[in-house]
Write a protein of this length. Structure first.
Length: 444
């Protein structure tokens, strides 16, 4: 499947001051596949090592971290010659070999001609700051497949081309909008994990069977994540982390008005109360990229990070498909767009996932005394409020209050409606959320 990360990988390869690459992301989002495909298509030869599976490879870094010695021994270990000028080295699951991570500093300084790409799933969980080669690596993040990637991966290339040529300048034809809306509802069920998308694509001729098999695979993957938590976080801590992860979806489901609520720590884990006592398991989930934090701010002024309170935030799930599986939402409810109070927070979760996938590094929500705007984006035109509506009704008392208070140059409403401009407000179909950042960051 074609991923947007491919372009970033090529830009990195061709950079004049290339450093070793570290590709980060949750398990199952496609890091290994992307790097292997990159090695096959962009290099004469590539060499692959998985440090989680290969204990002998980890031992090659124990003596010292001299790049010349390591490469020489790697040639004997892999039984192949290595061309330092043209080959690619892939270090997978590098968090299992901290010395290999540290060695990237010396490869950067002493052997910059060798192209090295490393991948990790739980680096932030495993390693302390002092183990990290600060300033000596290029960081890239990979998230589940975006809606645009889902369209391309399921054979809807013409719709992708249409969006890239029409987006925000004038609305897509109504027939295309209706088709995109239908596919967006299917994306809410399938989500963006490549294995799940591939299963759906291969069985899409029978939609009932495809959706049934998708849910089975998603539940299996959830069990895999639970096993990862138990394996990598310690017995007692694992229990707290798992309960906290489950509670993210439970709190979303308890929302009264359909909107995602502020995360409450009371009763999140039985017997433990307060942010201070739960900050460690919450941090574990964030470092493992399994949840998306959206900070709540009460002042919409730049920089937004200056008005963040550490214990006030919302939490979203990292993948739409797993959110539906975890919440036991029947796929038919998505297809019929009949999931009642689920509708609001599901749409918000989708937007949060699309924003992070498109390169928005930090998510913010504005909350006033009697009003709330789901997202704020810092852009070329200033801070842009973004209201999320799950249906076609787009009246918003909260957005009006925000506009009267802060007088933004532009406001955006994401909903079921096609593109439409009304004064300073731009109405955009919610399925275009992933393209907003690029549009707002333009300089024209």
């Amino acid at each position: 499947m074609n991923r947007s990360i491919n372009q970033a990988l090529l830009q990195w390869k061709n950079s004049s001051n290339r450093k070793p690459l570290l590709l980060r992301g949750a398990r199952q989002v496609g890091k290994t596949y992307s790097l292997l495909d990159f090695g096959k298509t962009s290099f004469p030869h590539y060499h692959y090592i998985n440090f989680e599976q290969d204990e002998r490879a980890r031992a090659l870094f124990e003596k010292d971290l001299d790049p010349t010695r390591i490469v020489e021994e790697m040639q004997f270990y892999l039984d192949t010659s290595i061309d330092k000028q043209s080959d690619l080295f892939i270090f997978d699951e590098i968090q299992h070999c901290p010395r290999a991570l540290t060695s990237l500093k010396y490869f950067c300084e002493k052997m910059p001609e060798l192209t090295i790409a490393a991948a990790d799933s739980l680096l932030g969980v495993y390693l302390a700051d002092e183990s990290f080669p600060v300033g000596k690596v290029t960081l890239l993040d990979l998230y589940p497949m975006s809606f645009e990637e889902f369209l391309e991966g399921t054979g809807n290339q013409r719709l992708v081309e249409l969006l890239n040529s029409h987006v925000f300048s004038h609305p897509p034809p109504q027939a295309a909008h209706d088709r995109l809306w239908d596919l967006w509802k299917r994306y809410l069920i399938v989500g963006g994990l490549p294995e799940v998308v591939a299963l759906y694509r291969d069985k899409s001729e029978d939609q009932y069977k495809a959706m049934k098999d998708v849910r089975i695979l998603q539940h299996n993957l959830l069990e895999t994540y639970m096993a990862d938590i138990a394996k990598h976080s310690g017995k007692i801590n694992a229990l707290h982390i798992e309960r906290l992860w489950r509670n993210v979806t439970h709190q979303l489901a308890r929302s009264q008005d359909g909107s995602a609520p502020k995360f409450r720590f009371k009763d999140a884990v039985p017997g433990i109360r307060g942010y201070e006592r739960l900050v460690s398991p919450m941090s574990w989930l964030e470092k493992a990229c399994l949840i998306l934090r959206t900070s709540i701010v009460e002042r919409a002024e730049a920089p937004l990070s200056g008005f963040v309170q550490e214990n006030r935030f919302k939490q979203y799930f990292f993948d739409m498909g797993l959110l539906g599986a975890f919440s036991a939402i029947d796929p038919a409810r998505f297809l019929n767009y009949d999931f009642k109070t689920y509708k609001g927070y599901v749409a918000e979760n989708f937007v949060a996932q699309e924003f992070r996938s498109s390169g928005v590094s930090a998510l913010y929500c504005w909350v006033g005394r009697t009003a709330e705007v789901e997202f704020l984006l810092e852009a070329a035109e200033g801070i842009i409020p973004i209201e999320v509506k799950a249906g076609s009704v787009t009246q918003s008392k909260s957005l009006k209050i925000y506009e009267e208070r802060y007088r933004p140059g532009k406001s955006i409403v994401l909903s079921a409606r096609n593109i439409e401009s009304r004064g300073q407000r731009l109405h955009v179909p919610v399925y275009l959320a992933g393209m907003l950042r690029k549009y707002l960051m333009r300089k024209d």
